[in-house]
Design a protein around this ligand. Structure first.
Ligand code: ATP
Ligand code: MG
Length: 394
């Protein structure tokens, strides 16, 4: 168990004058996340790093896992913190730190020093060579290897001094909430959760909407979507999920429109409703899990026909990804096992055997004219009766 952790962040570092805004957001996200880990922690900025100090017993693995889900983190390093920056004290702490972590196994190392405190009496190269000699002298199982060391030994001299042996990868990206909010169309499939993860990684807060069609889709299908939102919320914190009862709308389309156009017309109604909620909740864009040519409704013509009903930009983070790549990412974020559970999808129940793959917008608009009278009250009702579920990470 380390007594403190230094968090390095990558992209935030290049944000110029806005940097403090990103740093503050990251500190906030880190605080929210560590609050859900057993223990007690103090989180603060430390010149280009974030410092998490542990004030009570905690499980290091759990804490690192938690921190590695926070977008904006590049690396999480368990460190020993040295309040007195006397060089001998630093070396003693360093040897202690290494012994605790590597026990007496043999290893090769190289020392790296970073000196943010420019008043410190030693220069970095001198710190490296002196500390290296000290380690060799006090840990007989150690050996220097400057070309391909097994361990990078770090000494950072800041307001205080820190020593550590590398770190664990963070989640990358930008802190959630620094790039506005978007509405994710979340189904129970593989793609849309990955799309949500990807957009959130750019700092976008997400809200979600799911179109449910009971009794054609079961409670378990809905539960699957709730579970998927829960998995994404591990990265984003709370997600507000709107569950729309889509049955009547789907039936109206089914009864009044050509069957080869059902999917595309259904999708257009999903987009219209999603946009209405999005606007009300101050979202700036819609997000879907579509990728070109994956299925009939994802040709460029179909995507254009769905976009035609939206005023907001529609983002499709998976647009140029292969299914295999999407599956790998789904596994990486821990959604795959849930996504492949075999519950019915509202769209598969009503799809035609031979859907149009190259819909012409004018033909679709013509077909939708049959809905002019029936649809507005159904859409209004679906919107009004939607269920709003606030989903929190476990
Ligand atoms: P996914 O794996 O995300 O379900 P998919 O490959 O099954 O995607 P489609 O069923 O054509 O593709 O859906 C395309 C996109 O439309 C989805 O990624 C999702 O963003 C949205 N979508 C589809 N069905 C629903 C639904 N029932 N509720 C909310 N969004 C949906
Ligand atoms: Mg689907």
């Amino acid at each position: 168990m380390a007594e403190a952790y230094l968090i390095k962040y990558a992209e935030i570092g290049i944000k110029g004058k806005n940097r403090y805004r990103f740093e503050d957001a990251l500190v906030k996200r880190v605080i929210e996340r560590v609050n859900r880990v057993e223990g007690r922690f103090r989180v603060q900025k430390e010149q280009g790093r974030i410092l998490v100090e542990s004030l009570a017993e905690h499980d290091e693995e759990e804490l690192i896992r938690a921190l590695s889900h926070v977008f904006g983190t590049a690396e999480i390093c368990p460190v020993t913190q040295i309040h007195d920056k006397d060089f001998l004290k630093i070396c003693e702490a360093l040897v202690d730190h290494i012994k605790k972590r590597l026990k007496d196994r043999e290893f090769t190392f190289k020392v790296y020093a970073k000196r943010s405190d420019k008043s410190y009496p030693m220069q970095s190269p001198e710190i490296c060579s002196e500390a290296g000699s000290y380690i060799l002298e006090h840990i007989p199982s150690s050996k220097v290897d400057v070309k391909a060391p097994e361990y990078r030994v770090y000494i950072e001299i800041r307001r205080e001094a820190y020593v550590y042996l590398g770190g664990y990868p963070g989640a990358g990206g930008m802190p959630v909430g620094t790039a506005g909010k978007a509405m994710l169309l979340l189904s129970g499939g593989i793609d849309s959760p990955v799309a949500g993860y990807r957009i959130a990684k750019r700092g976008v807060q997400i809200e979600a909407v799911y179109f449910h069609a009971p009794p054609y889709t079961s409670e378990r299908a809905k539960q699957k979507v709730v579970d998927l939102a829960g998995i994404i919320s591990e990265y984003t914190e709370q997600i507000v999920l709107h569950v729309i009862n889509f049955t009547e709308i789907q039936m109206a389309i089914y009864e009044n429109c050509p069957h080869d156009e059902l999917t595309i017309i259904m999708r257009r109604y999903m987009m219209r409703i999603a946009e209405q909620i999005a606007r009300e909740d101050e979202c700036l864009a819609l997000v879907t899990g579509e990728s070109i040519a994956q299925v009939a409704s994802q040709t460029m013509q179909s995507l254009a026909a769905t976009d035609a009903v939206c005023d907001m930009p529609v983002f499709r983070p998976l647009i140029a990804m292969d299914k295999q790549e999407i599956i790998r990412e789904s596994q990486m974020i821990g959604a795959y096992e849930t996504s492949i559970l075999p519950y019915e999808d509202c769209c598969t129940i009503f799809v035609a055997k031979h859907p149009v793959t190259k819909p012409s917008l004018s033909r679709i608009e013509e077909s939708e004219k049959a809905l002019t009278e029936i649809m507005p009250p159904l859409v209004a009702e679906a919107y009004k009766t939607r269920e709003i579920i606030r989903i929190n990470p476990r």
